[in-house]
Design a protein around this ligand. Sequence first.
Ligand code: CAA
Length: 285
Amino acid sequence: MTRSFEKVGVVGLGTMGAGIAEVFARAGLTVVGVEADHEALGRGRGNLESSTGRALAKGRLSEAEQAEILGRITLTTSLEDLADADLVIEAIPEIMDFKRTLFTELDRICEPSTVLATNTSSLSVTEIAATTGRPGRVVGMHFFNPAPVMKLVEVVHTVVTEDGLAEEVADLARRLGKTPVSVGDRAGFVVNRLLLTYLNHAAVMLENGLATREGIDTAMKLGVGVPMGPFALLDLIGLDTSYEVMCVLFQETRDRRHAPAPILRELVTAGLLGRKSGAGFYNGE
Ligand code: CAA
């Protein structure tokens, strides 16, 4: 029987989680957004309002449509509210211990039929799945930043994913207006394995003094036709996320091409995380 996904939970309402919640709500699903405390919940609400507010300001949404979308999203600090969700996706920080703790909790709370998904950029979905009593119903559902705009969802299956589940999740992605690509469970999957290697290399080139940050960005934009140069894109993705992905890639492959550029670590240590902190390779917007 094909599963019908009507009620979904989104754990973590940072840039990605809020974007994912918006995408589900726009497609007419009932969404429960969960954050750790009231302060974080307030930030999550702000993320949802500013993203849909942007569409409103551009005349892409009416006030009534914005209210309808936001009205489909309930915000809570209690994971217990996800008990009867058809699918729960997490977008919490990329720290395996946090993910393991969360999935152990979700496994205890949610009905056995609930599909548990992770939006991880690079961590092992198999390892996350193994912390639960339902590893066959744990998948990766990897969205791209900004989630309301980017059309791709990588659907990550593991060696124990139940037959047919990845295709059902791919159908859900299509219902959201996205294009799914089925991928196996290797660090970085397809996009980040290629993209972050390129972005990291741009940082190495900058450190080597080959060209300026603006020069490299302009060269790639005009020479290749990408919408953003590598440093603008690193700032959009977040330097912390980018650094974490590189660390996981390097750990898995031991390939020197994946060694994180020292400047990335330096900026992250200094709290310069890109757009989310107001400054990164560029000083704010
Ligand atoms: N939230 C919601 N909507 C957004 C948005 C956001 N954060 N940013 C832009 N938009 C919307 C705008 O409202 C606009 O919509 P309309 O066409 O309906 O008016 C549309 O996107 C285009 O935006 P802008 O005109 O403001 O700007 P732009 O044309 O320069 O596009 C961009 C902005 C979509 C971000 C574009 O520059 C782009 O595609 N950049 C590359 C992004 C990318 O590569 N993302 C993947 C990163 S890798 C990743 O995410 C994986 C990971 O795990 C790390």
